[in-house]
Design a protein around this ligand. Structure first.
Ligand code: SF4
Length: 123
């Protein structure tokens, strides 16, 4: 168990609440479970760490930080396209482009696309 998992609001909850028998969240019973789990997640102090873990490790089942597997897939797809998620990519952004761009770099540094455009204009 990691340090953030030890502080999770769900650590004493019924695991079946977060890992329902079906991932079909259009079913009324499963959707009700999602709502109940999301209430726990809403007050969880490690929600950001949980969501980051679920996205980075490609979790395909269960409810993580109040997100269904389908919602996690959308976040992964968006991040691969350079669109950050506000809860887990809040810090460094390229200040030069209108498309928000997560950067593994110093905050305020231009992204590679903006640098190319800048050099293209200057050449
Ligand atoms: S955000 Fe939700 S699923 Fe994640 S650790 Fe907290 S309570 Fe558990």
């Amino acid at each position: 168990m990691t340090a953030w998992q030890a502080r999770a609001a769900c650590r004493d909850a019924d695991p079946e609440l977060f890992f329902p028998a079906s991932d079909d969240f259009t079913a009324i019973e499963t959707a009700a479970q999602l709502v109940a789990a999301a209430k726990v997640c809403h007050r969880c102090p490690v929600r950001r760490e949980c969501l980051t873990y679920a996205v980075d490790t490609g979790q395909r089942h269960g409810i993580w930080a109040g997100h269904t597997p389908g919602q996690l897939r959308i976040i992964r797809r968006d991040r691969r396209a350079g669109v950050p998620h506000p809860d887990i990519d809040a810090a460094p952004m390229c200040p030069g482009c209108s498309l928000l761009f997560p950067m593994p770099a110093v905050d305020g540094q231009l992204c590679s696309g903006c640098l190319e455009r800048l050099h293209g204009k200057g050449a």
